[in-house]
Design a protein around this ligand. Structure first.
Ligand SMILES: Nc1nc2c(c(=O)[nH]1)N[C@H]1C(S)=C(S)[C@@H](COP(=O)(O)O)O[C@H]1N2
Ligand SMILES: [Mo]
Length: 511
């Protein structure tokens, strides 16, 4: 089928441009079409989400290590490069045989439509954006390849016109994509929906934060993390847009009475307010994937009790609107009145990135087994019957948060004057509480830090220590003791499979 390049065919560069324009058209037009149907059916997001879900663990860990929370940007750039290379290849194929190049583009487009149908929340409409986008892309490829053919007549467009035409198509495709974003935003105006949220009345508000619970040491983490500084971890390439009107929570599975609640049903129930420190299992020793907020919501134990779970059940599989799942021990929900279906964070509607309009927050468990954002479904089941998003990828079924402590000040590799230096940080052991924090300088003795007054067992506890610093380079090391009297372990463990351990250190130079 590969014929010699016929006369009038665009050159290699021009062909690569034309095919890139065609690929951009698939994505841009697809994104626009998806805005009207379901944004999650956008070819762009389908590809990204498929890659996210199938990235091997070692690669995902490296990506998080290299790029931190920029891992989504790194993914987008990698995908763009792969698509450019693929487009360049299709361009070269099309030079030999236009129908073959167009056919390969069609097959790839159909494959994306197929992947769209495999998304956890897909309906039949999910295939449409990729198919419409692909039809548009093939048309563009065809039209652009026709342009240089006119050169035979001696009156047709030149190579320059051809490149301009390709660039014009890329710009038009980008405009279509941007229009899709805009339309999507207008059709699902989550900002307006959020703005209309009114905090439910709370019978027993969370106790106030006293000054002695939150020492104002410069550089020390504040007791309450503002929502816009709160770490964000999720698999969502595009934030779910779920209004309060559209939201439903179904409780089903091994229950006597299946129930479904809407937002008004929640309003009719008693809201409570709790301060809870959330922690990600991927948090490295000394890391910042941990935050503390006041959550307003409804007791999961009460909601589950309404459905009357079977005595044989031992897990609740929670599912978000974007298909993410977490498996939480049923006891952790029934036995803990502070496990919440939260609707507000620090006194305002949940930010969209943190689960608007409703999410789970369970004290003492890492987020991946408990903190489902945009939650719409609770299936009462058993650990030997169901797997969740991360447990399916090898992470532990049960994941209580491990005792940890972190030095916030002084900064790493700081140069400090000698004399008394304030060392400060936070320590957490949700559910057990922190009873002591100790500091060690180089190989010296462990010395007790001053603990801030504890807010609750489920919140982190700031500490400070005054160090009589002497000149030289020193290593500061911290460890905590939890409410059971257990000293934070010295054994180093990676976050996989159930949370990092080891002691945080800071190296500083004193002049
Ligand atoms: N829908 C959904 N919920 C999710 C996740 C996710 O990927 N999707 N990630 C979980 C993980 S791993 C953590 S640590 C917490 C983080 O919550 P935050 O982003 O509000 O800090 O959300 C949990 N809930
Ligand atoms: Mo996490």
């Amino acid at each position: 089928m590969i014929r010699p390049v016929p006369p009038g065919t665009p050159g290699r560069t021009a062909a690569a441009f034309a095919a890139t324009a065609a690929a951009a058209t698939v994505l841009g037009v697809g994104h626009l079409v998806a805005a009207f149907l379901d944004p999650n059916g956008s070819p762009f997001f389908v590809l990204g989400a498929t890659v996210v879900d199938h990235t091997p663990k070692w690669l995902k860990d490296s990506a998080i290590r290299w790029f931190g929370t920029n891992d989504k940007l790194a993914l987008a750039i990698t995908m763009a490069v792969v698509m450019l290379v693929a487009a360049a290849l299709i361009g070269q194929l099309a030079r030999r045989n236009l129908a073959l190049g167009a056919g390969v583009l069609g097959v790839l487009g159909a494959a994306v439509a197929g992947l769209a149908l495999l998304r956890p929340t897909a309906g039949p409409a999910f295939a449409v954006p990729a198919l419409v986008g692909t039809a548009a892309g093939i048309t563009v490829l065809w039209l652009l390849f026709r342009v240089p053919a006119d050169r035979d007549t001696g009156t047709g467009p030149t190579r320059r016109t051809f490149l301009l035409a390709s660039a014009g198509v890329v710009a038009a495709a980008a405009a279509a994509g941007a229009a899709g974003r805009y339309v999507g935003g207008r059709l699902r105006d989550i900002a307006a929906d959020r703005a209309g949220f009114v905090l439910p009345p709370v019978a027993d508000p969370a106790p106030p934060v006293l000054p002695e619970m939150d020492p104002p040491v410069p550089g020390l983490t504040r007791l309450v993390t503002p929502a816009d500084e709160f770490y964000r971890i999720d698999t969502a390439l595009q934030l779910p847009a779920l209004t309060r009107d559209d939201w439903r929570l179904r409780i089903h599975g091994m229950v006597e009475r299946e129930i479904q609640l809407d937002f008004d049903d929640l309003r009719a129930r008693r809201a409570v307010e709790k301060m809870i420190t959330l922690t990600c299992v991927s948090n490295e020793v000394g890391g910042d994937l941990v935050g503390n907020a006041t959550w307003t919501g409804y007791r999961l134990t009460d909601l589950l009790a309404e459905a009357r779970p079977s005595a044989e059940a031992d897990m609740v599989l929670s599912r978000s609107v974007d298909g993410f799942t977490a498996g939480t021990p049923l006891d952790a929900l029934l036995g803990n009145p502070d496990a919440l279906l939260a609707v507000a964070m620090n006194g305002a509607a949940l930010p969209v990135a943190h689960g608007y309009p409703a999410r789970m927050v369970v004290p003492g468990l890492y987020g991946y087994v408990s903190a489902t954002k945009w939650v719409i479904d609770l299936e009462v089941t058993r650990f030997d019957r169901a797997r969740a998003y991360w447990t399916d990828r090898g992470w532990a079924d049960r994941a209580p948060i491990k005792t940890a402590s972190r030095i916030d000040v002084p900064a790493a590799f700081a140069t400090l004057p000698s004399g008394p230096i304030t060392v400060a940080g936070v320590a957490w052991a949700q559910g057990r509480g922190i009873t002591a924090v100790e500091l060690q300088v180089d190989d010296g003795p462990w010395q007790p830090a001053t603990l801030a007054t504890a807010y609750s067992l489920d919140t982190w506890r700031p500490w400070t220590w005054t160090w009589p610093a002497t000149p030289g380079t020193h290593t500061l090391r911290v460890r905590a003791v939890d409410g059971t009297g257990t000293v934070q372990t010295d054994t180093r463990a990676t976050p996989f499979p159930d949370g990092a351990t080891g002691r945080h250190t800071r190296v500083v130079t004193v002049r």
